[in-house]
Design a protein around this ligand. Structure first.
Ligand code: SAH
Length: 483
C-alpha cells in the first residue's frame, strides 16, 4: 500500500497585518493572551471590553493598543482583518463569531475550535523571521514544547541577520547570477562570517563581512560601473565612485577625466584611456562598447569613468544597451555635471523663485538645422539654459535665440575648467556670446549658462565677455595696420 501523508485541515499562511485593525473582544486572561500574541505584530490592536482586568489594562497602556470601554456591538468589528472572540463565555463568543462571519472577517474563538475560521500558532519570533507551530487545536501543550525547542535552536541574532540579508538582496540579485553562485553566497551569509559577527552582536562587522563575501563571490563575474568623475576637482567625486575605483581591476576613462581621479584606482589596476586627448589614439564609440563587453566577459571589475555625470552627454545610453544585450551586469553612479559645477563657481541660482523654475541641458548643436528645437522655446519662456560643448557654436546659439525672440540683453555666464583651480569666468549678455568662438585662449572645457537667473550670479571674479570682443577688434585693427 502506498504511504500516504495525512492532509492538513488548517493550512499555515503569513498574513499581512501591518497597520491593519485586529479586534479582540474580551476583558480577561484569554483576551490578554491573544493581545500578547498579536502585540508581536505591527497590526493596530483594538480591544473591546466594557470591563477589563487590571493586567489587561496595564498591558493596553504599556503597548499602546486602543480600548473600547463599551458593551460589545457588532459595529466594533468594522474594518478589522481578524477578530478574536475571547470573552470566556461560550454564547457570547458564538455571537461575536457570527457577527464577524456576517462581515466576512475571519474569526478565532478562544478554546472553541468549532467556532474558529483560523487557529493561532505557537510563535517563535525573530522578526522578520517567524516560526509558527500549529496543531489544529489538538495539542496546545505539544505546540508549546516544540516552540521551546525551536526557540533554543535559533539564535536571537537571527532577526537582525535576516534584516541585514534583506538589505543585501538587491545587490546580490544584481551582482550574482541566479543559481549556484547566488545560493552559495546566501549559504555563506547565513552560516559564515556575517552570521558569526551578528551572533557576536556586532552588526556593523556583519555588514562588512557580507560586503566582502559579496565581492569575493562576484570576482568571477564581470561588472561594469559607469561612474561620473565630476567636473574635474577630485574632491567632487562621490564616495561611491571612490570606493568602486579602489575595487576596480580596470579603469576605462575619457579624455576630460582628470589624472588625479584616475589615480585613485588601485596601483595595479589597468588604466585604459579611450577619449580624444592630444597625441592619443581615440576609440570610436562602437569600439568602446565592444571593449566594455569583452572586459565584462573576461570577468573583470571595470570602472568606466566619464566626466561630470555619466548620463549627461556621455553616450552612456549606447554603452548600457551594449552591456544589456551582452548580459553583463552594470550599474550607474551619478556625478556632478559640468552645469552644476559652473553654477557653483558663479554662485548662480539655476532656479530662482519668481524668475525661473525650469532648466535645459543642451549642446546647441541642434540649432544648425532649419527649424528651432523645442528647448529654444523653453529658453524664451524663461528656462535657464546650460550649453555643453557650446564654444564652437556660440555664435549660432546666440544668433538663433535672439532671432527666436530672446532678448539680446539676457545674462550669460561662461566658465572654462569649472571647479578647477585654474578656472576662468566670463560674464556678459547674449549679444556678447559670439565672441567666444574666436577665443583661441580657451583650451579647456567650456560651459555656458544663459537666462534671467544668471543675473543673480556673483560676477566679482569674472571678466566681461565684451571686453574681449573689443580687444579682438583692436587686435584685428592693429594686425590690419601692420600688414
Ligand atoms: N558628462 C559630462 C559632459 C560631457 S560633454 C557632464 O556631465 O559634465 C563635454 C562638455 O562638458 C564640455 O564640452 C563642456 O561643455 C562641459 N564640461 C565638462 N567639464 C567641464 C568643466 N570642468 N568646466 C566647464 N565645462 C565642462
Amino acid at each position: 500500500m502506498p504511504h500516504t501523508v495525512p492532509k492538513l485541515n488548517a493550512f499555515p499562511v503569513f498574513m499581512r497585518v501591518e497597520g491593519q485593525a485586529v479586534v479582540i473582544v474580551g476583558g480577561g486572561e484569554e483576551a490578554l493572551a491573544k493581545a500578547r500574541l498579536i502585540g508581536q505584530s505591527s497590526a493596530s490592536l483594538r480591544i473591546v471590553a466594557d470591563r477589563a482586568e487590571p493586567a489587561l489594562l496595564a498591558w493596553i497602556s504599556e503597548n499602546g493598543a486602543s480600548r473600547i470601554a463599551d458593551t460589545y456591538r457588532s459595529e466594533h468589528l468594522a474594518g478589522a482583518v481578524l477578530v478574536f472572540a475571547a470573552t470566556g463565555d461560550e454564547a457570547f463568543d458564538r455571537r461575536i463569531a457570527q457577527d464577524a462571519r456576517a462581515k466576512n472577517i475571519p474569526v478565532n474563538a478562544v478554546d472553541r475550535p468549532e467556532l474558529c475560521d483560523f487557529f493561532t500558532p505557537a510563535l517563535v519570533n525573530r522578526a522578520p523571521v517567524a516560526v509558527a507551530i500549529g496543531t489544529e487545536g489538538a495539542g496546545p501543550v505539544l505546540a508549546q514544547m516544540i516552540r521551546a525547542r525551536i526557540d533554543q535552536l535559533l539564535s536571537p541574532s537571527l532577526g537582525p541577520l535576516a534584516a541585514l540579508a534583506a538589505t543585501f538582496r538587491g545587490a546580490a540579485e544584481k551582482l550574482l547570477p541566479k543559481g549556484n553562485r547566488r545560493r552559495r553566497f546566501w549559504a555563506d551569509f547565513f552560516a559564515g562570517s556575517p552570521a558569526r559577527a551578528a551572533e557576536a552582536g556586532d552588526l556593523s562587522a556583519a555588514h562588512d563581512a557580507a560586503s566582502k563575501l559579496l565581492l569575493s563571490n562576484t570576482a568571477f563575474s564581470g561588472h561594469i560601473a559607469l561612474v561620473g568623475a565630476g567636473p574635474g576637482a577630485e574632491d567632487l567625486l562621490t564616495l561611491r565612485a571612490q570606493r568602486l575605483l579602489m575595487e576596480a581591476d580596470v579603469i576605462v576613462f575619457d579624455a576630460l577625466v582628470p589624472e588625479a581621479v584616475v589615480a585613485m584606482g588601485r596601483r595595479d589596476a589597468e588604466r585604459l584611456p579611450v577619449g580624444k586627448r592630444k597625441g592619443c589614439h581615440s576609440k570610436s564609440q562602437s569600439e568602446i562598447n565592444a571593449l566594455l563587453v569583452s572586459l565584462g566577459r573576461e570577468g573583470r571589475r571595470v570602472v568606466r569613468l566619464k566626466s561630470g555625470d555619466p548620463l549627461v552627454f556621455g553616450r552612456a545610453g549606447e554603452e548600457m544597451a551594449a552591456l544589456r544585450e551582452a548580459g553583463i551586469s552594470y550599474e550607474v553612479v551619478p556625478g556632478v555635471t559640468a552645469a552644476f559645477a559652473a553654477a557653483a563657481d558663479f554662485e548662480l541660482p539655476l532656479t530662482l523663485r519668481g524668475v525661473t523654475s525650469s532648466m535645459v541641458f543642451t549642446t546647441g548643436h541642434d540649432l544648425k538645422g532649419g527649424s528651432l528645437p523645442d528647448w529654444a522655446k523653453l529658453a524664451i519662456s524663461g528656462a535657464t539654459v546650460a550649453v555643453y560643448m557650446g564654444r564652437t557654436v556660440a555664435a549660432d546659439v546666440a544668433g538663433r535665440l535672439i532671432e527666436a525672440g530672446l532678448s539680446p540683453d539676457t545674462a550669460v555666464a561662461v566658465v572654462e575648467n569649472a571647479s578647477l583651480v585654474g578656472r576662468r569666468r566670463f560674464h556678459g549678455t547674449l549679444a556678447d556670446l559670439p565672441s567666444l568662438e574666436a577665443r583661441s585662449d580657451l583650451t579647456g572645457p567650456v560651459m555656458t549658462i544663459i537666462g534671467d537667473a544668471v543675473a543673480g550670479a556673483n560676477f566679482e571674479r569674472s571678466e566681461p565677455l565684451a571686453a574681449h570682443r573689443h580687444n579682438e577688434a583692436v587686435l584685428a585693427a592693429v594686425e590690419g595696420a601692420v600688414s
